[in-house]
Design a protein around this ligand. Structure first.
Ligand code: NAP
Length: 286
């Protein structure tokens, strides 16, 4: 029987647990976690993500500070805002919703955020700490993938893992996490040869490509764990993953659906990172 990994239910449980943790600790320490969310311009998809993040914060008892900047804001003005937030004690986490407009250099912006407040885990310091297997703020989507696999007791140690995709926000950090958990990891990408055959060797197959229904049964070893990070719209406008769920779910041992799989876990991990940063800033170890 294929296990369907219910990311929606797991994320709701984590958010509830975080709300309880914040409720108990904030009264005792007379402090509340705070998250600053910066959006530059009014990209409709970004606006939906930002709104959902702010709402999730409020439900969990995290104070959210919203900064909606016009698309024409200069890079130096944005850097000034980040510097102010770096020095604001009420703010434990800072995220700048990507993408930013072309006149702003993404790397400069992400590198300006205090690594201790980098709840997206994109700062080079956190990326470096992850790569040497040190405790750090880990990018939310990869952290969500790992959390799901632990929650469902899916084996990682000693398993052969293939990650399709090498982006800085998903492919590379999820591969690092799998390596840290003692999987044998291969990262595949658009230049990889014989991709289906390579993927058929995987006990854990993670798809982070951005192409609807790309991973078919031809890519999947029977019984493998298949994690679908993709969020795409198909021709009918429906949200679908990178994996052809209907066919692959018949051969996989465990699989994440889209929607309702990795997606909801990403926001839960953002809240978890914010609480982690808040605890650290306030010396809360209980
Ligand atoms: P990305 O930066 O566009 O990277 C896509 C990767 O897929 C690249 O490494 C690319 O290879 C590889 N690729 C593209 N076509 C391929 C092919 N035909 N064969 C093999 N590899 C191929 O995308 P991303 O930001 O990592 O996002 C990936 C997907 O995850 C998207 O659908 C995105 O919407 C989704 N996503 C979901 C969440 C969530 O919360 N669930 C979060 C972030 C992203 P090259 O490097 O060679 O070009």
């Amino acid at each position: 029987m294929t296990k369907i990994i219910d990311g929606k239910a797991l994320a709701a449980k984590i958010r509830q647990e975080l709300a309880e943790e914040i409720g108990a600790l904030s009264a005792r320490y007379e402090s509340k976690p705070g998250l600053a969310v910066i959006q530059v311009g009014a990209d409709p998809a970004s606006s939906i993500y930002v709104r959902n993040k702010k709402r999730a914060c409020e439900e969990a008892g995290i104070v959210s500070f919203g900064y909606d900047l016009p698309a024409e804001v200069s890079q130096s003005e944005l850097l000034e805002l980040i510097e102010t937030l770096n020095n604001d004690e009420r703010v434990n986490g800072i995220l700048c919703q990507l993408p930013v407009p072309d006149h702003i250099d993404e790397f400069t912006i992400l590198s300006a955020i205090d690594p201790a407040k980098d709840v997206d885990g994109f700062h080079p310091v956190n990326v470096g700490l992850l790569s040497i297997g040190h405790d750090c703020l880990v990018s939310c989507t990869p952290a969500g993938v790992l959390e799901m696999m632990h929650a469902y007791d899916l084996p990682i140690e000693g398993q052969r893992c293939v990650v399709i995709g090498r982006s800085n926000i998903v492919g590379k950090p999820v591969a690092q996490l799998m390596l840290k958990e003692h999987a044998t990891v291969t990262i595949a990408h658009s230049r990889t040869k014989n991709l289906p055959a390579l993927c058929r060797e995987a006990d854990i197959l993670i798809a982070a490509i951005g192409r609807a229904g790309f991973v078919t049964t031809d890519f999947v070893k029977p019984g493998a764990t298949v994690i679908d990070v993709g969020i795409n719209r198909n021709e009918e406008g429906k949200v679908v993953g990178d994996v052809a769920f209907d066919e692959v779910s018949k051969v996989a041992g465990a699989i994440t659906p889209v929607p309702g799989g990795v997606g909801p876990m990403t926001i839960a991990m953002l809240l978890k990172n914010t609480v982690k940063a808040w605890r650290k800033a306030n010396g809360i170890i209980e």
